[in-house]
Design a protein around this ligand. Structure first.
Ligand SMILES: NC(=O)c1ccc[n+]([C@@H]2O[C@H](COP(=O)([O-])OP(=O)(O)OC[C@H]3O[C@@H](n4cnc5c(N)ncnc54)[C@H](O)[C@@H]3O)[C@@H](O)[C@H]2O)c1
Length: 421
């Protein structure tokens, strides 16, 4: 397929930004856009007119967009609680679906994604851009080259001060606020769980077995609102359900442990706090440092402390070939360039007719952590089982599609063959 046609649903900050980047991906036409707010739908149409020079149709009802037979796939950038139902409807309407990141509200919605994808033969890909981040990809390359030995433990988090975005959700018509009012869980697991899952071969030889979650008290939003909106503002003393810090521990079939941290309502600098620890060494995003046995020189004065080394040297040495190519050709778009890469991965999967690097089993597994963590917290940190959405296939899966955007292995031959190094 040379040209593909993608409909875009959800056109607030994220959707309109991703639409703009999608128009830069080779061979993509966007004939229709949709947002339930008319002004946002019209803005999407305007972006296409100005950037691509053609007239797209704007809808406020996504079901009307899905009725069109000239659309191969849809990109869904709506609110967390609407992703799955729109994706299910899209697959039933014969279109592949890509959904923005977020967590599931119920296991049922995850199973619906899986069943619908299996029944329709259409894929559902979570657009987890962090899997394509430059550091994460270099680290993946290092893991595959055994620099960390056998992986034993991993950590990560979504640690982003979003107090203004959450608190002003009604004024800005933004979806996060309602979740923080009414839910209490690991609301945004996938940014680091994506790279962690790929590193641990989850759903392909390994799986998540159980999780436990705990939530701290909630103080950050009330403090911020009192200071910035005043004590008379109606949410100043609102009893937010979401704890400021939610910590989740996952046990894997392979014996590894994973710790996730959700931290969006206290003052802090951004970090996904990635940590990789194996039998030969450790990487820590905070401090951007590694200690690798046999490689890191011991410069500590008394010897017994062992030394850290800056990760920069290793990132250069073990740069993923996709990023070698990308930096040579010119890094493009938002979030340091990873957004454009995940869009290219999605478009490639549509053109190839399936097998996206993040498939419906990954999507369901990663999203399920949200509702399972809510259950665990509600039961005082009780362990809850994590379903096997592959129904046993994780021990013997059909082969994945190799290629430049593959997240199961580093396919060096694809870069060499095409002379792209
Ligand atoms: N991957 C990333 O780095 C990244 C960055 C920012 C946001 N996001 C994700 O992108 C998504 C959107 O984020 P946002 O900040 O733009 O959120 P938002 O709440 O501002 O926007 C959601 C949009 O979806 C629309 N919408 C909701 N239900 C709809 C429906 N049934 N039909 C049509 N339109 C509908 C809303 O009208 C709104 O315009 C979220 O899942 C968010 O977590 C991802």
């Amino acid at each position: 397929m040379e040209n593909i046609r993608i409909g875009v649903i959800g056109l607030s900050g994220r959707g309109s930004g991703m639409l703009d980047e999608l128009l830069d991906v080779k061979g993509v036409i966007v004939p229709a856009v949709c947002d339930k707010y008319e002004d946002r739908a019209q803005n999407g149409k305007k972006i296409i007119g100005e950037k691509a020079g053609y007239d797209a149709d704007a809808y406020t009802d996504y079901k009307e967009l899905l009725l069109r037979d000239d659309i191969d796939a849809v990109m869904i950038s709506t609110t967390w609680i609407t992703h799955s139902r729109i994706a299910v409807d899209a697959m039933r309407a014969g279109k592949h679906a890509a959904i923005e990141v977020g967590g599931a509200a119920s296991l049922e919605e995850c199973w619906q994604l899986v069943r619908t994808s299996e029944e329709t033969g259409k894929f559902c890909m979570l657009l987890e851009n962090c899997c394509y981040d430059r550091n994460e990809m270099a680290l993946f390359n290092m893991i595959k080259q055994n620099l960390f030995g056998e992986i034993v433990h991993m950590e990560g988090g979504y640690q982003h001060d979003l107090r203004d975005e959450i608190s002003l959700g009604r004024e800005n018509r933004h979806g996060r606020l309602f979740n923080f009012q009414h839910r209490n869980g690991e609301l945004y697991p996938t940014h680091q769980l994506g790279p962690i899952s790929k590193a641990l071969s989850i759903n392909r030889g390994n799986r998540f077995l159980t999780l436990v979650s705990m939530a701290s008290k909630s103080r950050g939003l009330n403090e911020w609102i009192k200071e910035n909106k005043g004590e008379d503002y109606d949410l100043a003393f609102y009893p937010f359900n979401q704890g400021d810090i939610v910590t989740t521990m996952i046990k894997c079939a392979g014996g590894e442990t994973v710790v996730l941290t959700h931290d969006c309502s206290l003052p802090r600098a951004y970090s996904r706090a990635y940590r990789i620890q194996g039998t030969k060494g450790i990487y820590m995003e905070d401090g951007n440092r590694v200690h690798l046995e046999g490689l890191t020189e011991n410069t500590s004065e008394d010897g017994w402390m062992h030394s850290w080394e800056d990760f920069g040297k290793y990132r250069n040495k073990f740069e993923h070939p996709l990023w070698q190519k990308y930096t040579t050709e010119g890094v493009h778009g938002g979030h340091g360039g990873m957004d454009f890469l995940v869009l290219n991965a999605f478009v490639e999967a549509v053109k190839e007719g399936g097998k996206p690097p993040i498939d419906v089993y990954d999507t369901a597994t990663w999203m399920a952590v949200t509702c399972l963590s809510e259950q665990s917290i509600a039961m005082g940190g009780h362990p809850v089982p994590i379903p096997d959405f592959t129904n046993g296939m994780w021990i013997d899966r059909e082969p994945y599609r190799r290629g430049m955007y593959c997240l199961e292995e580093v396919c060096n031959d694809f870069f060499e063959k095409k002379g792209n190094n």
